[in-house]
Design a binder for this molecule. Sequence first.
Ligand code: SF4
Ligand code: SF4
Length: 470
Amino acid sequence: MELNQKPDNYQDLTFRDRMATVDQEGKRVWVFPKMPQGKFTNYRRIVAYSLLLFFYLAPHLRVNGDPLIFLNFMDRRFVLFGEVFYPQDFHLLVLSFITLLVFIILFTVVYGRIFCGWTCPQTVFMEFVYRPIEYMIDGDRSKQRNLAKQPMGPVKLFKRILKHSIFLLISYITSLTFLSYIIGWPAVRQLMAGWPFSNFGGFMGIMAFTGIHYFVFAWFREQVCSIVCPYGRLQGVMLDQNSIVVAYDYLRGEPRGRGKNEDKGDCIDCKRCVDVCPTGIDIRNGTQLECINCTACIDACASVMYAVNKPKGLIRYASERSISEGKKKVMNARALAYSAVLVILLGIAGFAFMNRDEVETTIVRTQGTLFQSYGEDALSNLYDLQMINKSNNPVVMDLKLIEPEGEIKIPGDSLILNKGEIIKRNVLIILPKNELKSSNTHVIIGVYREGTEVEQISSSFVGPNALDVK
Ligand code: SF4
Ligand code: SF4
């Protein structure tokens, strides 16, 4: 073999040495992706604008008098689609968190980075808010490149000021929307009245969030997915040969090249798939960490295949294994089995949420108290009662002693709780001495809502030793 001659089985893997957006000197390579067009882009556009509409409207839409979503950390009151959650629902939070974690892992193992390409806020804002504005003002890929190379002149200055003013405005509106999820839109409006001096802290907070948002989408961009995002970093351990990802069919495409040579594969090496890629990679090199599965290259290649009269799907959703085995089917047995598990998980979490107690009651013996005589033949214990009405309507509650024979006394007004109200009372349980079997008697208290029993709570009743009682 001659010096510098590459062996026949040589495969250029230098693209794995560094990120596509970093050059050999370690400097950022700015990506100017071509505007994507096609079936998947249209579907993604529908999903993205639906999500954006929801994001901007949710704090303003009201259900049962509350915003659609309201995460009030100060008062520890969380509203999701009309349902109010309190710290007492912590077990549901834990359940949701575990479900979400398992869901993400399973979902990624089966479907790769579908979340990144279709619903991740970073992709949605970048590709469907900021990038379209850039296309509108600076033009498509080649015009953007030329503009970037041009020295600053009146036209470039005007375009830059216009574009970045719009970016800043969107970042500001997004910050206000984000804040209204936490403190509510009326409070945000109050904060804004008389800005910047009336509430300087709040003003600075909004400015900081606006600045970060603007920085991410005006400059940092795809670097978030490639460098910062922990989910992106975990792809290496979650994806395997059966995961469904955006993939290039190298069996069909190689050897790539133009011309009518029959030895050539279907890839005409036009590089349209590379031109549209927002992370600047060449999907023909195989699955790479930078790939956010945005489908832009699928659409670009489909239009090329259409033009050269070849079947589309040279780049498509597929697993590495299905491509190496020349299979066309996207779903495999493992994907179906994992999907079934995902549906079951969602079902369990949904069931837990739907069946959570609307009125939460806790009754515990008051700390540091013992028994007291109650008349000649009875003893009493003092308990702390707490009730929370998590429903959207007022409720009339009551307590009855179910076991053993005895009485429960609730001082004060009857137990009527308004929506979201928390009441705390001391209640007295009175037992005849002849019901006490030991120094610690098991008691069962029935909790009634509008006359119907909804729960039974167990507790203990302390008394003297059984022998002393007799
Ligand atoms: S768009 Fe399709 S045909 Fe063109 S280079 Fe990419 S894979 Fe090959
Ligand atoms: S390789 Fe294709 S799917 Fe992946 S980020 Fe680039 S354009 Fe999107």
